[in-house]
Design a protein around this ligand. Structure first.
Ligand code: SF4
Length: 716
């Protein structure tokens, strides 16, 4: 078994002496309030940080930002718990030969890291080095800094956690409409269709929009193998077999086309490939969909009727639940086609085509292409690289193991924990351990950080100045620091200081600090830094304008919505988003009869974050595998039993949670993916991927569950 960790258990890794917070904290003000944005998840609510006598005391919601409009969730309030957490890493650490860590000065750490980078670059070439961005401390400018750094280094290898979460949805949208659609304005919808998402947990502020829409009579349809709180409130809740969303979506497309209940004028003027899509949809009769997905034909017809009755005032939203399959991008494409047929493209509650402010290009996205340098995974997943301009993290393991076109020898990771978040935990850990140089910049000691040669202390979002862009409301925001901690560098300072030592800061990081970076980005706009400082609720950079496709072509190769993609065909991929049945089904394999899904969200945790906050731990004390009562009965398992979940990739022991029969499809088991001590990715394979995005199969994985002991699983 993978050794149980202690990330959340309060062990201080022998570092108590260096993690004491006392005189090193420099609050931005002694007494008063700092208005900023919360980054404890990606929603970015406005918050007020209250400081008294130099201590960050409390966080309350900002009142006038439409994103959260005076509300916030408990995660946001716990940002202070993270800031003052006794386990925070506050000084650079160097790993000793025996695996323990010793504190060193920042100067020494940066000097040694620089020497190692120079050595590896001279010996193996610049592309033997890479950087990997997570979201543990935030995103946006952070991503741009990392992209600039690898470019300055001369390497093409920029990685991010997006290539196991988000990029499939991003590509699916881009391939059909040419743009990434932000969250819909649910409040204006007459019908809300949600797939594979859990808004009360993932995006609590959405619930106000849902409530507004429902008060006005909006209908709600929720499609998810797992019943969550939003499903309980739905007019129709349907549980497809994992990985069969595409069949349902094609069935709905067929119903709309057959009934002539779609936006004909839009389709004729602004789409390509309708005839091919209509012909392909023909096989997806309600009965076929029932057989493929398990959703009754009558339910398919009922959902189709709701779409017909309420179009075009329909909000469609898919969470990560649709993308973690071998055919995830095509499921997303199919959903976007359905939304298009309903007439929702660039409409007030539909697929909004956002306009960007003319910010300076910090990420250097328009610079010279790096393809000739063979970015890792770009040959295998050219569409991912072409559209997202990022390398494929799972292929990186091959390169660390020496199985690539060239070796990957050095990796700098900021605020990511791939040992936990990438599939096949054991292999990821082994691959990272082979590196000649692994640097991790993070807030806490994680499973990934333990493997590092150097760990650098990261700053929380409460310590940084950054611009943020909200496409949904077309607003720009400025976050401002509530405090700084001596010796803890911001994201900008990390990359700038390394670049300085490596000799390319003048070209890539010429600004003295974060506010100067923000001013540089704002220069092409008519919004000033001072204006943003004065408006913590954000500044609207452009009014929301709808149906822009009537004035300008859509940003696809054809300038139209593409039901059929010639671009994909040229890459040897199916031009239509064809449905491919899931490879695995419940009961098909005697050794591994059950289907594991991972990635469901938990109320107070966010991916691999926040599990070390003691008061959250009272609510979520341990990992559990959720199991249907019929399966539990067959296996002689009762609530709380210690069980072993076994897949072809690995095994994991944890407590069983026997759920209500309505909560989970029979044959499906669910494990939260982010636990430091119980990594669900010990069980997930890294060999089965989406051919367009390279995304791993993180759901519908064949497993078996064995009872280990009837003792209450406190022993886990
Ligand atoms: S939803 Fe909660 S955690 Fe997320 S930004 Fe808002 S307050 Fe912060």
């Amino acid at each position: 078994m993978f050794t149980a960790g202690n990330h959340a258990g309060g062990e201080h890794h022998g570092l108590q002496a260096v993690t004491k917070l006392s005189m090193e904290i420099k609050p931005a003000i002694e007494n008063g309030t700092i208005a900023t944005l919360c980054r404890m998840c990606d929603t970015r609510c406005s918050i007020n940080v209250h400081i008294r006598k130099g201590v960050l005391r409390e966080i309350t919601p900002g009142q006038i930002n439409p994103v959260n409009a005076g509300r916030m969730c408990p995660r946001g309030k716990a940002a202070i718990d993270v800031f003052y957490h006794p386990d925070r890493i506050l000084t650079p650490l160097k790993r000793r030969g025996d695996g323990s860590f010793m504190p060193i000065s920042r100067d020494q750490a940066l000097a040694e890291i620089t020497r190692k980078i120079q050595f590896l670059r001279a010996k193996y070439g610049a592309r033997s080095l890479a950087a990997w961005k997570g979201e543990g401390v935030g995103f946006f400018q952070q991503e741009a800094y990392v992209r600039r750094f690898v470019r300055g280094l001369g390497s093409p290898n920029y990685f991010s956690n997006d290539s196991v979460c988000f990029s499939s949805r991003y590509l699916g949208n881009l391939l059909v409409t040419g743009f990434w659609s932000p969250f819909p304005n649910f409040a204006r919808a007459r019908l809300i269709l949600l797939l594979g998402t859990n808004p009360p947990v993932c995006h609590p502020p959405f619930m106000r929009s849902f409530a507004d829409a429902r008060e006005k009579g909006a209908r709600l349809v929720v499609i998810d193998p797992r019943l969550n709180p939003i499903g309980c409130r739905a007019d129709i809740f349907a549980q497809p077999q994992p990985g069969t969303d595409g069949a349902l979506l094609w069935g709905l497309i067929r119903a709309l086309i057959r009934a002539g209940e779609y936006d004909r004028a839009f389709v004729e003027q602004y789409t390509v490939g309708f005839a091919e899509a209509a012909a392909y949809a023909e096989r997806f009769t309600p009965e076929y969909v029932e057989q493929a997905s398990g959703i009754y034909a009558s339910v398919v017809r009922a959902i189709a009727r709701l779409l017909m009755e309420n179009r075009p005032e329909i909000s469609v939203y898919a969470g990560a639940g649709l993308e973690h399959y071998e055919n995830g991008v095509n499921s997303i494409r199919t959903l976007v086609i359905l939304a298009t047929l309903c007439g929702t493209v660039d409409s007030p509650c539909g697929l909004y085509w956002p306009e960007n402010p003319p910010l300076a290009d910090l990420a250097l996205a328009r610079e010279e292409p790096l393809l000739p340098k063979q970015p890792i995974g770009a040959g295998r997943y050219p569409v991912l690289y072409d559209l997202a301009r990022e390398c494929h993290t799972m292929t990186a393991m091959d390169y660390m193991e020496g199985k690539g076109d060239y070796p990957l020898k050095g990796l700098l990771i900021t605020a990511a924990n791939p040992v936990i978040t990438n599939p096949n935990t054991r292999r990821v850990a082994a691959a990272l351990a082979k590196l000649d140089l692994l640097v991790v910049n993070d807030l806490f000691m994680t499973r990934t950080a333990r493997l590092a040669h150097y760990i650098l202390p990261a700053a929380t979002f409460l310590e940084r100045t950054e611009l943020h862009l909200n496409l949904e409301y077309q607003r720009l925001y400025l976050t401002r620091p509530a405090a700084r901690i001596d010796g803890v560098g911001t994201e900008y300072e990390l990359w700038r200081d390394l670049a300085q030592r490596l000799g390319f800061a003048g070209e890539y990081f010429p600004w003295p600090d974060e506010p100067a970076v923000c001013r540089h980005m704002l220069a092409p706009t008519d919004i000033s830094f001072q204006e943003l400082e004065a408006h913590p609720e954000g500044v609207v950079y452009a009014p929301l304008r709808y149906r822009k496709y009537k004035r300008q072509p859509l940003p696809t190769p054809s300038g139209r919505v593409e039901f059929y993609s010639t671009y994909l065909k040229e890459h040897g991929l199916p031009a239509l988003p064809e449905y491919i049945p899931p490879r695995f089904r419940y009961g098909a394999d005697d050794d591994y009869p059950l289907m594991l899904t991972t990635g469901g969200r938990m109320t107070l945790l966010y991916q691999s974050r926040h599990q070390n906050i003691p008061r959250f731990r009272l609510i979520h004390p341990r990992a559990e595998v959720e199991i249907h009562p019929d399966n539990a009965r067959e296996l002689g398992i009762v609530n709380g039993d210690l069980v072993r979940v076994v897949s072809a990739t690995g095994e994991l022991e944890l407590a069983a949670k026997v759920v209500h029969k309505a909560e989970l499809l029979k044959g499906t088991v669910e494990i939260y993916h982010g636990w430091e001590e119980w990594p669900a990715n010990l069980l997930t394979p890294d060999t089965l991927t989406d051919p367009i995005s390279g995304f791993p199969l993180l759901k519908s994985i064949p497993v078996r569950v064995e009872k280990v002991s009837g003792d209450q699983a406190a022993q886990c």
